[in-house]
Design a binder for this molecule. Sequence first.
Ligand code: AGP
Length: 609
Amino acid sequence: MCGIVGAVSLRDVTPMLTESLYHLEYRGYDSCGIAIIKNGELHRIRGTKRISELQKKIQKNNLHGISGIAHTRWATHGSPNINNAHPHFSGFSSKNASIAIVHNGIIENHEVLRKNLSKIGYRFKSQTDTEVLAHLINYFYNGDILKAVQQTIQHIKGKYAIAVFCKKEPNRIVGARNGSPLVIGIGKNENFLASDNVALIPFTKKFIYLEDTEIVDLTPNNISIFNTNGIKINKKIQIEAINSDVNELGIHQHYMEKEIFEQPKIIRRLLKNIKSIHPELFGYQAPNIFEKIDSVLILGCGTSYYSGMIAKYWIESIAKIVTSVEIASEYRYRDTIPNPNTLIVIISQSGETADTLSALKHAKDLGMKNILSICNVATSSIVNASMLSYITQAGLEVSVASTKSFTSQLFSLFLLTLVLAKLKNRLTKNQENLFLTDLKCLPKSIESIFSMRKDIEKWGRYFACKKNIFLLGRGVHYPIALEGALKFKEICYIHAEAFQSSEMKHGPLALITKNTPIIIIAPKDKLIEKLKSNIQEIKVRAGELHIITDSNNFNIQKNINFLKISETCNSLSPILYGITFQLLAYQAAVFRGTHIDKPRNLAKSVTVE
Ligand code: AGP
């Protein structure tokens, strides 16, 4: 979380830093700020409102300069107020300040460092762990900001990406990373640093991705990168073909709406590369690795975890391989029994989720090296640390709520299922063709969900004024109920709970009252008759029922609302029910007037534990 950016140039960097902040706002929006060196002094503007407000203040104060750093914050240490907003300065008064820093991550030993620095006279103006870094760099500073940062790093524990500069060396910025992403953008007579290349796309297409413990020293015409031992290293420049208009809203009201409607296009794009089912789709080493695995362990958080839950049903029923799924943050702190023949599947949209990345490292430390990441960002830390990767190609997802990334993860996981099944001789040619046909029918079936938008909108209006909603699903559709509930929570701020419909009578039924809305996922599958009995059990207890189904065999009963899905693509039906919930929660959020793309307290990329 938190977005950092820095720029050193021969021209004014203020407009560039501001523009970058807009692109980084998805990483946190509790507060924001910018620091610039102007007329030999450090100047800082901070705010607790959105970037647009900061921009107005920058213009009002006529802030210009040829080097600067900026930040958008997701608060960890210290509440989201102006004093805790970055950049943080070090000097004995802010006018004299000589060091400025922006930071993403958590410094774990900040308390002891704070105590020691206080003892020698440093005064703290914030509750952040970052200010500790500013003072420590100041303490070590002896005319060379690079050396001061190198020394500081020896004394800190935790995760960080930082950009630092000093007023005594006005055209120089130093960056360092350990556990939080940092990318260098290469310009002409100017160079940049940022948490994500997206922030720099308007200014350059040339990037160098820093790895953990690396440090970079930037001036407008020079980039020097050093390893942990302070030795200068050469790194590959990567050219990214991303358009600067990737995050234009276009005709849409919100990014979430835009991203929901992009889904057929994304699936068509993924389908283009699939003529047949073969393991090389997951990398050239995949055939050897997949051949020897005897089980699968899927790790992820939030929506990515739910896509893993769905994959378990697919892999066990189609490929017949024992599969388990765990929340990444729990897995790494639990005693487990490692099996070197397990395929570890790491699922993450951003590829930077701290809990998921740590779980990956934990699995590796346990001797499980067969790691496949399913990820949306090819240059991310998770992809970097994986032996195999499959890039979901969903494009930049701006809205905090995962939508298109969930669908593309499911597509990839279904493909993985088929590859594993084929390799283990558990897929006949006929079955392969049928499953491929299901995949190919997906874009059209998704569009058929969009054609129900008016009905979904009516449902959205209805649920918008509810305090609690229950969602029920069975089997492979139970994770969809969980994902639907997550969407209602995060973008509508409605308390939503998901249960397996069969579990209601074991406890949750006690919650059902006359006005408790229950949304039931009722696919036409082998459990439908059982589900109908569950529905009756709820109905006689006066629960308010709303059924989403593709079955024509429901008796349309009084007091039950139906939403009829026309196509399901067989095994891929969870994708279509998932998209229905995305639209439903979105419409409810529109009626509630919430901050749909940037829900309170959340951030898109969760880079702290
Ligand atoms: C869901 O809408 C959220 N965006 C969240 O649960 C997300 O899926 C989770 O934080 C994991 O993120 P990742 O996929 O980037 O690792």
